[in-house]
Design a protein around this ligand. Structure first.
Ligand code: 5GP
Length: 190
């Protein structure tokens, strides 16, 4: 856990309903670059031993944290999957279906295979982990590219949703820098 992130969530995060965490103040609209740098360093420290070649994320909200990680891991490249409504526009692209929890609709995540060279070691980074759809779709892209996934890191895991547990049960190394237990009357409980 990263104390500075937990403090930011408690001070500046907003609970919406009983399932959505809004962190526009420091991650999803305005970006606190000092906190972002700390998060990147923490993730890099955890995964440095795996020597990842590439950080893979999803546009748009994963990109900032993924870049902070890529820099902290010694300036390795960051690839972001693009979101598309249709998979048939995806000529030559690797594609994986992903149901978006926040937008309640399905997308396809697309990556040009040229940016995931065969046998690369890939670290997945995203802002949130909820039901695990985004991470599973990214894992599928990594597998299709014949690369190896060394694990996944997220800023915020919503522990009341099943994604993290399911992925860990499959043997994935999942690092979350903060874990939200619940949202009670708009209050975020860590
Ligand atoms: P999952 O695919 O694990 O169900 O959800 C993770 C994805 O949905 C992330 O890429 C993230 O952008 C988005 N997401 C899920 N829950 C939240 C949330 O509570 N707040 C925000 N801002 N994004 C979320």
């Amino acid at each position: 856990m990263l104390r500075a992130l937990e403090e930011a969530i408690l001070k500046q995060g907003i609970g919406i309903g009983n399932s959505v965490v809004k962190v526009d103040m420091f991650l999803n609209h305005r970006i606190d670059t000092d906190l972002l740098t700390k998060m990147g360093a923490e993730i890099a420290e955890h995964f440095a031993g795996e020597k990842p070649d590439i950080v893979l994320t999803v546009e748009a909200s994963g990109i900032a944290l993924a870049v902070a990680c890529g820099i902290a891991l010694g300036n390795i490249p960051v690839v972001f999957a693009k979101k598309s409504k249709a998979s048939n526009q995806a000529k030559g692209m690797l594609s994986a279906k992903c149901y978006s929890f926040t937008h309640q609709k399905s997308n396809h995540l697309l990556v040009d295979p040229n940016y995931l060279p065969k046998n690369s070691k890939v670290l997945i980074v995203d802002d949130f982990l909820a039901n695990g759809e985004a991470i599973q779709a990214l894992m599928s892209l990594i597998q299709q590219a014949n690369c190896k996934c060394v694990g996944a890191a997220v800023a915020i895991e919503k522990a009341f949703q099943p994604g993290g547990q399911a992925l860990r049960e499959k043997g994935m190394d999942i690092l979350s820098l903060a874990s939200v237990k619940a949202i009670e009357d708009g209050k975020i409980v860590l």
